[in-house]
Design a protein around this ligand. Sequence first.
Ligand code: THG
Length: 386
Amino acid sequence: MSQPILAVSRRTRRTPLSPRVEAHGVKGYTVYNHMLLATAFRSFEEDYRHLKRHVQVWDVVCERQVEIAGPDAGRLVQFMTPRDMGGVAVGQCAYAPFVDENGGMINDPVVLKLADDRFWVSVADSDVVLWSKGLARGMGLDVSVFEPEVGPLAVQGPRADDLAARVFGEDVRAIRFFRFARLPFQGRELVVARSGWSKQGGFEIYIDDADNGLALYDALFAAGADLDVRPGCPNLIERIEGGLLSYGNDMTIGNDPFECALDRYCHLDADTDFIGRAALEAIRDAGGPGRAVRGVTFEGETCPACVEAWPVAAGGAHAGYLTSAARSPDLGVNIGLAMIERDRWEPGTAVTVETPEGARAGAVTGLPFIEPRPRSVQASSASSKG
Ligand code: THG
């Protein structure tokens, strides 16, 4: 890789776990929520193979929490999302698109309901704390909005349950998908959720203290030596295979949630007040979006890095653009996520992808490319309201 060096300073905030990430020889960083996020430890491919077979510990503290607390907390959270938050229980995590007045994607956070009047919004890479504060002040709400020093340490991979049980006890296995429990670790009660940005299963433990976070990191490595536990990070190849969209890459404020295939989190028939309602209803009433995210497979023995959107054409005409790409070792083909025009989005449509290394023949596919590992503990999702 001949990438320029990323200069690190106080603005590119380190995390409490950065010393361990660096001791393990992190190979690359990106910046996410103005904070460091590892991109690879050995290589994308080696990390990918390990993630799909074993268990990894990820510093994803950059998935910052925006805390919304007070009498109007529920009203403010509901105002930011088309998802009906009415049925979300305390102890539940809810993946919720946040939209602006045009229906444009502000963020796609996981919302944790800590109490009826207290939420953590676990944000993707945009400044939700500023948006939330602005709305709260503008609406005159009785709520406090701030970024506590809290962020997730993720344990991901097929052996995540076994590793977490060694540190937190067997209770951890009973946590259902997108639910959280408070479990003790060295004198603190930590929020432990069954969630994470991979399709290999696992947990996210919300660390709220630097020393305790480092102790947890070390305890996981000590407990998992025979499981070949390794440091990891969200993996480009695995997340494309699984169809996980990255905010800022595969969707921006210029996209609405229907384009992002987040329809199942848009409950327009619910009796809720949210800022983008009129805009999303207009899109629905017009028959849905004019383009939407799809998979694309394309030829080539290797795949260049997608650092700018690549044009996608079909029959010589513009068909959309591709936003993330990687070679999938398990599928033996190049795969990508692309925003494809409605008249070309049918799976099987032949396309041409304009990569920086030349045009490559390909085809539109559905998503995900690979179904997730079956969950050991089944649970609620957006379709069930409890
Ligand atoms: N964990 C936490 N915070 C986060 C992320 C995370 N904030 C930023 C970013 N990731 C938010 N984006 C996503 C996208 C998808 C999922 C989680 C966060 C996800 N989706 C489930 C799936 O696709 O299978 C569906 C969840 C559901 O249906 O309820 O896991 O990873 N803390």
